[in-house]
Design a protein around this ligand. Structure first.
Ligand code: 3HC
Length: 708
């Protein structure tokens, strides 16, 4: 480390001038312009770091150069450290040292920012003495989303510019801050015209020289952090206020500790603290999981037999059948993306109700400041409600979201087949049913697929794109590409009962019910899953959704706990009671009535209840899901293990820091999962039979994801 007292060191023996072509230096009017070109996002890999270091040294040594501009070619300023290098043996100059090298330059250095300056990218800019950006640029420290913290001085430099509170917010949320806002915060010195960044930065540098302004090191600033000095409550309060958002994650607490160090320790010691915290996090399982998720999210778009240049169909208008909770939620995704929607209902009342729910949702967002008031009307103006099925003759894509029943769905598709224009994509939002069978009633099965949204459909990020057997490549590629345009993570899945998500969920539900019969209470099961990191357990979830979905007094057999609860009119939150009792604020407490029911239920079934440990509850709920996931892979119903993990993270709230069920299986060891499944197969029944893939993986000493 070069310290501020040391003179600038031109040597730096470990820094090779790679001549790799990723960096370039030109001198114009006494200003050295260092340009980096490392597509696609100018990640700061070893070659880039060494190249920049070499160019900086050249510029420092060149007597004809009075200032330096650091700029990136292509679509963006540095998007951060090269995440693929994490966990590999270190190469080249470390990023933190490069930032210090820039900060210690004897001539002013100006960062010229476009696109996104993220993570290590913003840290590079913070090492520069001045920052110029185009208005469309965004800056941020998103490391927390990868389970780490800014490890190249970001936690020490950012608070020195924007103050402690803003820095805490930015570093623990990872938000991307638009350049104009960053300028208000003092993070950007000047906004450049959108098309003239290079020239603006050059002019800025020349002005510095003309005005005799030298390097201005962020590390030397202290006025912004003074207010928080000797006030540990600033940090404790921040942690407390955000406890819900941080639940289960290790990185946010470390981020807070690092910023605290920026306030309380001299710069060099703060950097050392940041380094320690970074190294601990980057070696941990959470960070591994979160980095895996970063790449898995991007991997879902890659379909082996659908290369990127597969032709797609235009989707400029959408029809939706059914204005219920699902239909309305689905519609909102398209309205948000500016795509007009025609929504069809059978009865005026249902249509009016559906439209008013959509409006209310938008108004609620506007009230919370998440949506501009004028956007409520803008979005509502894109939706047309009608009772006329014929209106579905014009949309490019029609999504059916009617009652989950094969006969009804077939009927809808028969009618749709007669009306929809040729080439329109016909999609079903079924959660379980066979899409091939639905397609078979039409004259154009090549146009039929499943698009399975998750409730609440305007919130949950998952979209299961169900590839029906006869669906054309264009149709499948269109649906996959459409997902990100409407803010979804689209995972391609095959036709099978419940597809990927609900098929695995059924395993968990079966075991949850069985555990309650064997000795656990519903709230024990829920608590174990909540502590694992899920938003709620299956019984709390059932209470929320309503226990009487698909139940009627006439057909009730009164056999399951759920049926018994419904018969007692304990139908979930809406009736103030279900598996739990609810107070006026919908706060749940374990119910003594349910406790007695559970005990009686076990007795009736001749089961002697036993004490079941939390560890056993967790394994019994999750290992069968993993086993089912392996079967799904084996049958080719999902393309890769990471796609299954994307389903669970984005559709069911599986904690990101555990990387999804398949990644989690890798972390606990597949041999352990297999051993339990074999044990339960012997002790309980054939539903636990281990999948062949799981066996093969264990025999070969392989993992599902190769990432854990
Ligand atoms: N390292 C390595 N590869 C990266 C990368 C990175 N930091 N950022 C993006 N990529 C890759 C992606 O995997 C993708 O590869 P693919 O085409 O093979 O799938 C390609 O670059 C393009 O990325 P996107 O598809 O995400 O492109 P977008 O235009 O949609 O988004 C972006 C661009 C906003 C920059 C987005 O890629 C992003 O958020 N990147 C990560 C930013 C980040 O987290 N930076 C912090 C890194 S950690 C760090 O800096 C530690 C330091 O403090 C020490």
């Amino acid at each position: 480390h070069a310290s501020p007292e040391q003179p600038f060191n031109l040597g730096g023996s470990d820094v090779a001038d790679t001549q790799s072509g990723v960096t370039d230096l030109k001198v114009e009017d006494g200003i050295a312009i260092v340009t980096v070109n490392n597509p696609p996002v100018n990640a700061l890999g070893a070659a880039v770091r060494d190249g920049v270091a070499a160019r900086m040294r050249e510029a420092a040594a060149d007597p004809a150069t009075e200032a330096v501009v650091l700029i990136c070619a292509g679509r963006t300023f540095f998007a951060g450290a090269d995440i693929t290098e994490f966990g590999k043996p270190p190469k080249g100059i470390p990023l933190g040292e490069l930032v210090t090298l820039i900060e210690d330059m004897p001539k002013p250095v100006v960062a010229a920012i476009h696109g996104t300056a993220l993570g290590g990218g913003l840290e590079m800019a913070l090492g520069c003495h001045y920052r110029v950006a185009v208005p469309s640029a965004r800056v941020g420290l998103p490391e927390v989303k990868l389970g780490i913290l800014p490890g190249a001085g970001g936690t020490q430099r950012l608070p020195r510019i924007v103050g402690v509170e803003r820095a805490l917010e930015m570093i623990t949320s990872g938000e991307h801050v638009p350049a104009p806002k960053a300028k208000e915060a003092g993070l950007i010195d000047e906004l450049a015209p959108e098309e003239g960044l290079r020239q603006a930065a050059l002019d800025f540098a020349k002005r510095l020289v003309a005005e005799g302004k030298g390097p201005r090191k962020v590390r030397d600033l202290s006025d912004k952090v003074e207010a928080a000095r000797g006030k540990p409550e600033v940090f404790a309060d921040f942690a407390k206020a955000n406890a819900r958002r941080f639940r289960g994650f290790e990185a946010p607490a470390a981020c807070i500790e690092a910023v605290k160090a920026a306030v309380e320790l001299p710069f060099e010691q703060g950097i050392a603290k940041e380094r320690d915290l970074f190294l601990k996090l980057v070696a941990g399982t959470q960070s591994k999981a979160q980095r895996y998720v970063f790449f898995a999210e991007r991997e879902v778009r890659k379909i082996p037999d659908l290369p990127d240049d597969t032709p797609t169909l235009p989707v400029n208008s959408v029809g939706i059948i059914g204005a219920g909770t699902m239909g309305g939620g689905i519609a909102m995704n398209f309205l948000n993306a500016g795509i007009p929607v025609t929504i069809v209902e059978m009865k005026q009342e249902a249509l009016d109700r559906g439209l008013s729910v959509i409006r209310k949702n938008y108004e609620a967002s506007a009230a919370k400041g998440r949506l501009k008031p004028e956007d409520v009307e803008k979005r509502m103006s894109l939706i047309t409600g009608t009772l006329d099925f014929e209106a579905l003759s014009t949309p490019d894509l029609v999504i059916e979201a009617v009652y989950e029943n094969m006969d009804i769905k077939k009927d809808v598709f028969r009618r749709l087949d007669k009306i929809a224009k040729p080439g329109a994509i016909l999609a079903s939002n079924t959660s379980y049913l066979n899409v091939d069978e639905i397609a078979s009633v039409t004259s154009r099965p090549e146009s039929v697929i499943g698009m399975h949204f998750f409730s609440p459909a305007n919130v949950m990020k998952l979209l299961e794109v169900v590839r029906a057997e006869k669906a054309s490549k264009e149709v499948v590629a269109t649906a996959v590409k459409l997902a990100p345009k409407i803010g979804k993570i689209g995972v391609l899945v095959g036709v099978c009962y419940g597809f990927v998500g609900n098929r695995m969920l059924a395993e968990r539900q079966r075991e949850a019910n069985r555990l309650v019969e064997e000795g656990a209470m519903p709230w024990d099961v829920d608590r174990v899953l909540y502590e694992f990191g899920l938003p709620m357990g299956p019984f709390a979830m059932s209470d929320l959704a309503g226990l009487d979905i698909g139940w009627s007094r006439e057909t009730s057999k009164g056999e399951t706990l759920r049926e018994k609860l419904c018969e007692m009119d304990r139908r979930g939150q809406k009736t103030g009671a279900g598996f739990y009792d609810y107070d006026a604020n919908r706060k749940a407490t374990p119910s003594p009535i349910v406790e007695q029911m559970v005990l009686d239920h076990s007795k009736q079934k001749g089961i002697t209840r036993r004490q079941i440990s939390d560890a056993e509850i967790l394994e019994r709920l999750i290992y069968p899901m993993i086993n089912e996931g392996a079967k799904i892979l084996e049958e080719g119903k999902a393309i890769r293990a990471s796609d299954i993990d994307m389903v669970w993270i984005n559709g069911y709230g599986w904690p990101v820091y555990r990387g999804g069920p398949m990644f989690y299986a890798d972390t606990v060891g597949l041999e352990n999962v297999l051993a339990r499944m074999e044990q339960w197969e012997r002790e309980i029944g054939p539903e636990f039979r281990p999948s062949d893939l799981l066996r093969r993986k264990v025999e070969a000493g392989e993992t599902f994801t190769g990432a854990a």
